[in-house]
Design a protein around this ligand. Structure first.
Ligand code: FE2
Length: 376
C-alpha cells in the first residue's frame, strides 16, 4: 500500500498534501469519565497515562488519558451544566468526538484542508508547558465528529500540555491491543457520496475497495460501505450508509440512536486474537455470536489457516480471506446503553481487507440483537 514514487513522478498531484503519521488519539465524550476510565482499564486492558481537570486548573471538564501500546483514549466529562461537551453527550450519548491525527505540520494540514473546502473546528493553536510545545488545529468531518491535527515534534511530555502524568495503584494487565487498525463512520441516507468526496478532495485520501448493497445484505437489512485510506495507508476510514431492506438497517438504528452520523466502531489490532479475546471475555466484554454452522463451512470458504478451529468456534472469532492473506476478527456488542459505538478486535495475517465475507453472518447476528431491542 506504501506509495513509492520516483523523482520525476513527484508532480504536485502526486505529493501527499496531508502526510499523516498515524492516529494520535481518540477522544470520547462520556457521562462519567472517572468510571469509564476504570472500565477501559479493567475490561480492555488500558493503562493510566495522563489527567486534566480541577487539579490541573481546569474548571469545566475532566479528562483521563489511557494507553495500550500505540492506542491512546481520552475520556472527557463536563463538570457543570450547559457545556458543549454536555450537549454532545445529551444528544449522542457516550461517543467518539475527536479522531486526532498525528502530523508533522498542524498549520499546513489546516491550511491545505481548509483551502480544499473543510469546515473549521479550531484554527491552529500552540499549547506550551515545561516539556515543550504542541500545535493543534481541527476540522469537522461527518456529524459532529472532528479531526484534530496534532503536531508534537517539539514536545516530550507525557501527553499534551495541560495534562499531568496519571499514576494510580490499579494496573490491570494489557490484553494485547496494539494500534487502531481502522475506524468506521456511519453517515445518513444519501450522504455516502458527500463523505467519500470529502475524504478524497479535502484530505487527499483514496478509495480502497467498494462493494454495493447487493454484497452486504441479508433478508432484512442492507448497507453500502466504502473504504477511504490516506497516502501511506496508516489511516483507514470505512464509511457506511444505510440501504433499503425489508426491515430497518443496523446503520439506520445507529443513526436513530446516535441522532446523526458518527463513529460506529473502532477496530483495534492484536497479534494473538485468541489470547486477546479470551482475556476480554474473562473481563466481562460481550461479543456478537454467529451460529455454530458458521464454523462447519469455514475452512471450505477460507482454506488452510494456522489456528485450530476449536478455540475460534468457542470464542466466536470470524475468519475471512482476500488475495493477500486472511484475517481474524470479532465484534463487541455496543459498549454503552444506546446501540451505537462498539469495538472490533482484528488480527491480520496478510489480508488488507475488512471481512466482507463475514458481513452476512454478522448482520444476521446483529439482527437477532435488534429483534431483542425491538428495533428491527
Ligand atoms: Fe471493521
Amino acid at each position: 500500500m506504501e506509495k513509492t514514487l520516483t523523482q520525476d513522478q513527484l508532480t504536485p498531484e502526486n505529493v501527499d498534501f496531508l502526510p499523516i503519521n498515524g492516529t494520535d488519539y481518540l477522544e470520547l465524550y462520556v457521562g462519567n469519565c472517572k468510571q469509564a476510565a476504570h472500565f477501559y482499564k479493567t475490561a480492555f486492558g488500558f493503562q493510566d497515562l495522563a489527567y486534566a481537570g480541577l487539579e490541573t486548573g481546569l474548571k469545566d471538564r475532566e479528562s483521563y488519558v489511557l494507553v495500550q501500546d500505540k492506542i491512546r483514549l481520552v475520556l472527557t466529562t463536563p463538570l457543570k451544566s450547559g457545556t458543549e461537551i454536555g450537549k454532545h453527550i445529551d444528544k449522542h450519548g457516550d461517543g467518539v468526538k475527536v479522531v486526532a491525527l498525528w502530523v508533522d505540520d498542524a498549520r499546513l494540514s489546516y491550511e491545505e484542508t481548509m483551502k480544499r473546502g473543510a469546515k473549521s473546528f479550531m484554527e491552529p493553536v500552540v499549547d506550551k508547558d515545561e516539556h515543550g510545545e504542541v500545535v493543534k488545529s481541527g476540522i469537522y468531518t461527518y456529524g459532529e465528529t472532528v479531526h484534530l491535527f496534532v503536531e508534537r515534534k517539539k514536545y516530550n511530555g507525557v501527553f499534551l500540555p495541560g495534562y499531568r502524568g496519571l499514576k494510580t495503584s490499579y494496573h490491570p494487565s494489557s490484553v494485547g491491543l496494539k494500534y487502531v487498525d481502522h475506524m468506521v463512520g456511519n453517515v445518513g441516507w444519501g450522504e455516502m457520496k458527500t463523505w467519500v468526496s470529502f475524504y478524497a478532495d479535502v484530505l487527499g485520501f483514496t478509495q480502497l475497495v467498494s462493494f454495493d448493497d447487493k454484497d452486504i445484505s441479508t433478508d432484512y437489512t442492507a448497507l453500502m460501505s466504502k473504504v477511504m485510506s490516506n497516502g501511506n495507508g496508516r489511516i483507514k476510514f470505512p464509511i457506511n450508509e444505510p440501504a433499503e431492506g425489508k426491515k430497518k438497517s443496523q446503520i439506520e438504528e445507529y443513526l436513530d440512536f446516535y441522532e446523526g452520523a458518527g463513529v460506529q466502531h473502532i477496530a483495534v489490532a492484536t497479534d494473538n486474537i485468541i489470547e486477546t479475546v479470551t482475556e476480554l471475555r474473562n473481563r466481562g466484554i460481550d461479543f456478537l455470536r454467529v451460529p455454530a454452522t458458521y464454523y462447519e463451512e469455514l475452512l471450505d470458504r477460507v482454506g488452510e489457516i494456522d489456528e485450530d478451529l476449536e478455540p475460534l468456534r468457542d470464542l466466536g472469532i470470524l475468519v475471512d480471506r482476500d488475495d493477500e492473506g486472511y484475517l481474524l476478527q470479532i465484534f463487541t456488542k455496543p459498549i454503552e446503553p444506546r446501540p451505537t459505538l462498539f469495538f472490533e478486535i482484528i488480527q491480520r495475517k496478510g489480508a488488507k481487507s475488512f471481512g466482507k465475507g463475514n458481513f452476512k453472518a454478522l448482520f444476521e447476528a446483529i439482527e437477532r440483537e435488534q429483534e431483542l431491542r425491538g428495533t428491527l
